[in-house]
Structure formats: C-alpha cells, structure tokens
Design a binder for this molecule. Structure first.
Ligand code: NAD
Ligand code: TYD
Length: 356
C-alpha cells in the first residue's frame, strides 16, 4: 500500500479525505498540518491510534522539516490540501494567503523536487504530487456562460483566488521544467461534516441554532456549484491512482444553487429537525455585499467523468440533510471551534456590514 504525505489533513477536506482513506485502507498517511485556526485535531480522533497514520505539526513552507519527513517516510505521493482558504479573510488580510498558498506551495515543491531527484528511475515514474485547488482561479461566470473547463483561462478575482492561481502555475511549471509528476485538481465549493463555520453552510447552521441573523451578501442571487466533500475525496483518490501526469482535472457537484436557495433549504431542514416556534427563515438578513464578489461558479466535469469514470454520488437534498444532522449531533465539536478567535472574526466580518 502507498504511503502518502497529506498536507492540511486537519482541515475540512483534508480530514474528511484522511478519514475516508484510512477507513477504506486506501493508503498510509503522514499528515503535515500547521494547525491554524481552521484546523481541528478532533476531526481525526477516530484514527489517532491507527499505526498507518502519523500526525506531524508543521508548515509546508519549512523546507528542512518537509525534507526530513520525505527522507524518513519515503512517501510515493504527496497530496497538498494545506492552504489559507477563506475569501473574506483574504480581503481583510491577504499576507498569510501569499505566505502559505504561494511561498508555502513553492517550498513544498522545492523539497519534493530534491527528494524526487534522488529516487530510482522507477520510483520517480511512480511518484505523484497532487495539488488540490479551486474553481475560483477561473474567475466569475455570467448566467448564460458555459461552465469552467480545464482549458478555461485563469482570471482570479480575490486575493485568495490569485494566491491559488499562483500556486497552480508553480505546480504546472515543476512538471514542465523538472518533469516532477504533478497533477492539479480544481474543485467547486465543498460542503459536509467538519467544515469550519466561517463558510456559508456551517455559518448558517450555527447562527440559526443560536437565533442569530443569517447574513446573505448582496441579493443572494450569486451562484455556487456545491460538491459533497466525500464525493470530492473519492475523485482525488481516483486522480491519485489513474490521473495522467501533468494534467488538471475539474471536479464539481453538478449542482448550481443561488446562495439564498441554499440558506432557505438549510432553514427548512432545521425547521424539521430542530423546530422552534417560528421558522429559521425569519432570521435571513441581507447585508452589504463582499467586495469583488464573483457572480457564478460552475464546473464542467466531462474530463474526469470520461477519463476516470468519476461521478458525484450525493444529491444536494440528501447531502445537505446529512450535513445539518452532523452539526446537530456534534455539539462538542461545535463548542470547541467557537473560540474567542472565532468570535473576533464574526465581529470583524459582520459588525460593520450595513443591513440592507
Ligand atoms: P481548511 O481551511 O478547512 O483547512 C486548511 C488546513 O490547512 C488547516 O488544517 C490548516 O491548519 C492547514 N494549513 C494552513 N496553512 C498551512 C501551512 N502553511 N502548512 C501546513 N498546514 C497548513 O481548507 P479546506 O476547505 O479543507 O480546503 C483544502 C484545500 O481545498 C485548499 O487548498 C483549498 O484551496 C481547496 N478548496 C477548498 C474548497 C472548499 O469549498 N472548502 C473549494 C475548492 C478548493
Ligand atoms: P463561502 O462559503 O465563503 O465560499 P466562497 O466564497 O469560496 O464561494 O461563500 C459561499 C457564497 O456565500 C459566496 O457567494 C458568498 C456567500 N456568503 C454569504 O452570502 N454570506 C456569508 O456570511 C458568507 C460567509 C458567504
């Protein structure tokens, strides 16, 4: 079985990937995570004694540490989930996005290149570097535009998207220049258990349960393509096994929804699972828009579906229901992530947004 260095495995997608990979015995995992505010080691409590899983706290930008781990564990692949990921935070303070997403990914590539160049020819050929990226690098679509394809030109609009675009370009350059066997995946908005409640879906669930306003930026008509996190994890595993080196694969949920519709659906589920005297939808509050807010994202999954046979399995109604249930059933997890730092973030992002 392959040993894989997973970065950012204590975050939302990385933790779901690590859990599903270990439950199914897909791969052995070394998880390198800096443990930023977005991480949670409780996500991985289930596998903390698993002998085929090791956790290391550290930064992908630390070349000495990454080189040491590569030499020690001799992985056959790296899957890079580690990143700063929240668009609103990237608007307030872009610096850490450049540091981790650009410089960090560059340093990770450098350490990987040094390690990979020392491998035997056969091990070099079998090695894989999978870089997990976002559809936000392609910019914003109008309602009638075709969905993003792998050859859609990059046009990032937020500091977050620009930093991910830069990292994607470095990954591509390392394949073309050094022959490092890289692959990049660009996925749409993920949802599911264990997502930090700064993002729309978990923020809405937790605010609703607290009886707080459900903030909708602008008129709520912006569109996102929602992908259930476990479908995404399965796609990444397929790319690791069968993806063509040097290629990129778009991964989407085939599930475009306006933000207002998403929030209303969550309210309907909560009205059923945790009823109160009035509907949760009464808490919906339109607030000032995000600067530079991308209008629509949509992914064309033809390539991964025809080349690798991947299709999303979850439909939005069942996936959202499971997600809401998970937050209701995991009140300890919820209490733990709502620290003072999280309260400070809510103040920073929402206090001065005028209610429309
Ligand atoms: P997340 O914010 O939930 O978790 C990120 C993880 O990376 C955290 O555990 C954090 O501690 C770790 N990390 C941050 N900086 C690090 C560093 N310098 N060194 C080591 N670890 C570091 O993110 P996520 O939602 O799980 O996203 C994972 C990846 O998927 C990211 O690359 C993101 O750009 C991409 N992505 C996410 C979505 C989404 O909807 N969540 C959509 C498209 C693409
Ligand atoms: P988010 O979950 O932050 O993901 P992204 O910006 O990467 O797409 O936001 C999803 C959509 O929801 C996006 O159009 C912005 C919107 N949104 C709100 O309307 N209110 C909120 O409080 C948040 C966090 C997001």
């Amino acid at each position: 079985m392959q040993t894989v260095l997973v970065t950012g495995g204590a975050g939302f997608i990385g933790a779901n990937f690590t859990l599903v990979a270990r439950r199914n015995n897909w791969i052995n995992i070394i998880n390198l995570d800096k443990l930023t505010y977005a991480s949670n080691l409780d996500n991985l409590g289930e596998i903390k004694d698993d002998i085929n899983y090791h956790f290391v706290q550290g930064d992908i930008g630390n070349i000495e540490l990454v080189s040491y781990l590569l030499d020690k564990y001799q992985p056959q692949a790296i899957i890079n989930f580690a990143a700063e990921t929240h668009v609103d935070r990237s608007i307030f303070s872009p610096q850490s996005f450049i540091q981790t997403n650009v410089v960090g990914t560059f340093n990770l590539l450098e350490a990987t290149r040094f390690y990979w160049q020392k491998l035997s020819l056969q091990n070099q050929q079998n090695f894989r570097f999978i870089h997990v990226s976002t559809d936000e690098v392609y910019g914003s679509l109008k309602v009638q535009d075709p969905a993003f394809r792998e050859d859609t030109p990059y046009a990032p609009n937020s500091p977050y998207a620009a930093s991910k675009a830069a990292s994607d370009h470095f990954v591509r350059a390392y394949y073309h220049t050094y022959g490092l066997p890289t692959l990049t995946t660009n996925c749409s908005n993920n949802y599911g258990p264990r997502q930090f409640p700064e993002k729309l879906i978990p923020l809405t669930i937790l605010n609703a349960l607290d009886g707080k306003p459900l903030p909708i930026y602008g008129d709520g008509q912006n569109i996102r393509d929602w992908l259930y996190v476990i479908d995404h994890c399965e796609a990444i595993y397929l790319v690791l096994q069968n993806g063509k080196i040097g290629e990129t694969y778009n991964i989407g949920g085939m599930n475009e929804q306006t933000n207002l519709r998403v929030v209303k659906k969550i309210c309907t589920i909560l009205d059923e699972l945790a009823p109160q005297s009035t509907s949760y939808a009464d808490l919906i509050t339109f607030v000032a828009d995000r600067p530079g807010h991308d209008w629509r994202y949509a992914i064309d999954c033809t390539k991964i579906s025809s080349e690798l046979g991947w299709q999303p399995k979850e439909n939005f109604d069942s996936g959202l229901f499971k997600t809401v249930q998970w937050y209701l059933n995991n009140s300890n997890w919820v209490q733990q992530v709502r620290s003072g730092a999280y309260q400070n973030w809510l103040k920073q992002n929402y206090e001065n947004r005028t209610t429309k």
